[in-house]
Ligand binder design. Sequence first.
Ligand code: SF4
Length: 713
Amino acid sequence: MKTITRSTCCYCGVGCGVLIESDGEKITGIQGDPAHPANYGRLCTKGMTLPLTVASKTNRALYPEIRINRDSERQRVDWDTALDTVALKFADIIRQHGPDAVAFYISGQLLTEDYYVFNKLAKGLIGTNNIDTNSRLCMSSAVSGYKLSLGADGPPTCYEDLELADCVLFAGSNMAWAHPVLYRRLEAAKATRADVKWIVIDPRRTDTAAMADLHLQIQPGTDVALFNGMLHHLIWEDLIDPQFVAEHTDGFAELKQLVRDYTPRMAAEICGITEADLMTAAEWFGRSQGALSLYCMGLNQSAHGTDKNLALINLHLATRQIGKPGAGPFSLTGQPNAMGGREVGGMATMLAAHRDITNADHRAEIARLWGIDTERLSPTPGLPAVEMFNAIRAGKIKALWIACTNPVHSMPDLNLIREALDTAEFVVVQEAFLNTDTVPYADVVLPAATWGEKSGTVTNSERRISRVRPAIQGPGEVRGDWWIANEVARRLEAQIHPARFSLFGFANEEQVFNEHRRLTEGKDLDITGLSYGVLESHGPQQWPMPIVEAYGETRGQARRYEDGVFATADGKARFNVTPYLPVAEPTNSRYPFHLLTGRLRDQWHGMSRTGRVPRLFAHTPEAALTMNPLDAERRGLKAGELVKVSSKRGGLILPLGLSDEVTTGSVFAAMHWNGQFLNSGGINESTIGAVDRKSFQPELKHAAVRVERADLP
Ligand code: SF4
């Protein structure tokens, strides 16, 4: 008998609703959910092929496995043995070296309930803040941008704004490929309104840029100069809103002083575009009824990612393009639940419900809600992703638990990541798939359920919380991620805090969600009005959604700051002074090319899922390094021949592709291809671990490289 299960796509931050068709044992089909407000029935190629990713057991992690030492093969064990082994080893290391000798590296692919239990395990039980996530690589600059300007994390916008904006500014986002269903909504809106202008800021002529009314093909990393120049022109043209600036913001005078120097001519010169184009972009933005910025990795994955976010938000605040329909700075989350991870504080630099680790009152609140001594919560922020792996390499962190992510492919400067995992005393990998570059480093493999098999919630880019429901039982002995973390936590609690045996009594994911929502009471993301019951009866909802008359019991808030009151202590938004700084690693005569990295339309991250679907290779069948034909001609290189692309840190061999989508002096490689497909970990062999000092997000989008004909044996 066919069953239909309502759930959510597990790929990107659009968070499309899906209807899964199953026969009780197998998933037999999928459709977009016509009732889901993110996609109204649409799906992209990745979403439509999701059933094929769980159709086969090949390379699935099916049973817990342990290896006795680094020279032996992993052997199948039962769950109790695996869970006891992890708990005892963690307890042993904590006793010998202290709580900060262990760490967790988790994922924006996890559900909110999974994230919650991991976060409580690290911070509430062990007393370390060494828990970070691959979301650090994805949107941490957006988080710090929102907090420093608007006072709180989270976009003030919603998907409805896509249809209401008459100026859409894409900054570092190839939305046509990375967020395809939202892009279709924008396309449809543009087709019916003659007044809509699209500005695309991107060093590459992407599919999104090809459709723009104005493509600003800036030099890599020059976004801040562009935004400062645009603000200069907006001030000159009297397109700012002085009343809004005076009543609802702070810091404009200092910023005005800075941007005085960023004349359109000077800024355009830095960016490598024309002064006229810069001024046109500023005027379209400033004169529109609703200017909506959509931004993603191109801004965030940068050593100056926070400043790029802030400089863009400065434009919105100066022109009052915020807190009204069709306007606002809208960061698009890459992963399906990067937002949920932020909500539960599942990162090294934050506590649950957008609280701060360094704030004693916030720690006291969490301690009270968890029923633990405040002293248990460390006041010292943990180590964010890049620093975490550096600390493992230095021997300071002895044990690492990796869940649902593949750092030996996705982190920058992969040689250092492999070195770190070789150095670690104990590595746990919790995974659904065995063919990742990280699994070979595991002392223990904990087999996890994946899409179609697990239950919980996710939050998409517009703060909308949706249910994820299982359509089938997973194969072998796979378990939900929250369950695995909870079982180890119960055992570890008995080891290191035997007097207390109550922090991890969760019997199901709904109980985890209920505890999470209790922690949000009175905070900017209050969801005390939301429950699994409300999600069941009324569908996905946006936060905040407190139990108050204004929103009723079942309706979240679409837009934030419509009353002009921001989440800062005095209610005023902050302008931030953002001088332009160049990329972390400028090109030079030995490494003369800007390496740009990005995504393909039909692949996802390290391809552990999309790589299982042959039809997804039809769009782009193989890895390549894309170079401008003029650069290739100068070097005597031809399309299709193998070239070695290398930085100071490492390199790899790829076939050469020629296209004028990149300007001369730049080359491009997709981030997906890895050890499954290449004789290397992928393009992150060459990228640099330089991080933004405010967000700790690494500069994955840019490195200086050289390209030469591959010297094959
Ligand atoms: Fe899934 Fe994103 Fe495609 Fe929607 S747009 S179907 S969430 S991958």
